[in-house]
Design a protein around this ligand. Structure first.
Ligand code: UDP
Ligand code: MN
Length: 241
């Protein structure tokens, strides 16, 4: 019996939301034994989105997890944190222990081989992520099958300088740490989360052929908000026809 992968996806309302979730769903449809936790950065339940998620046919849970309003204007804002915290709470409330947690943003690109890699996670597994900042990659440095260091273009004094998409956690392991947490601290979410689950360097399981293969990319979709606003105002003014 394969352990279930709990794939936690923060998402938020903007023009790209539906295409991003469609693209991601069409990846996840290839993956057996996966539960998709879609946490939307919006007040209340979005009925349209719920119908769309149902239509994909993937086992899912749809959470409404708005960013607290005092953080909205912050620069940088803690993007996706309220969402991931809501998913952590959902998992904790159910005392789920037979499964693997993975934080998969709505705009990243996932190789299907990633899922068989993370499913084997005993405690915490790690692997490189492509397209991260200046170096273009972030990930563990492995010597003789063990993680000994990290390559990342923004170290910032972090003990665990890794990307959100670069690790997976076994829920049975995580259950030992009742204070598991992800703070509203932009740039330090991964580090503080991994500290909160008592991670030790010698416990990390390197995946992806000893972290030599990139199976996930931090792709970013180019956004275009202005055009939508203009078309809407033209339409409302009755100038569109
Ligand atoms: N996100 C969110 N609310 C926001 C901005 C982002 O829930 O106000 C989500 C977004 O959908 C993504 C994650 O948080 O899954 C990370 O955001 P983004 O991809 O914009 O950040 P980047 O990858 O550029 O650091
Ligand atoms: Mn992103």
């Amino acid at each position: 019996n394969l352990p279930i992968i709990y794939f936690v996806t923060p998402t938020y309302p903007r023009r790209e939301q539906i295409p991003e979730l469609t693209r991601l769903a069409h990846t996840l449809l290839h993956v057996p034994r996966l539960h998709w936790l879609v946490a939307n950065d919006q007040e209340g339940c979005n009925v349209f989105m719920d119908l769309m998620l149902k239509g994909f046919g993937i086992p899912y849970t749809h959470l409404a997890s708005p960013m607290p309003s005092n953080f909205r204007k912050a620069k940088p804002a803690p993007r996706g944190v309220a969402n991931r915290r809501a998913a952590l709470q959902w998992l904790r409330q159910r005392n789920l222990t037979n499964g693997i947690l993975y934080f998969g943003d709505d705009d990243n690109t996932y190789d299907l081989r990633l899922f068989s890699e993370i499913r084997q996670t005993q405690r915490v597994s790690m692997f490189p992520v492509g397209f991260i900042a200046d170096y273009g990659v972030s990930g563990p440095v492995v010597r003789k099958g063990k993680v000994v260091a990290f390559l990342d273009s923004w170290l910032a004094g972090r003990r665990w300088p890794v990307d959100m998409a670069g690790f997976a956690v076994n829920l049975q392991y995580m259950a030992q740490f009742p204070n598991v947490n992800m703070p509203y601290k932009p740039g330090f979410e991964e580090d503080r989360f991994l500290r909160s689950i008592g991670l030790r360097l010698d416990q990390i399981e390197p995946r992806g052929n000893n972290c030599t293969e990139i199976l996930v990319w931090h792709t970013q979709t180019k956004s275009k908000k202005a055009a939508v606003v203009r078309l809407e105002s033209e339409y409302l003014d009755g100038r569109s026809n």
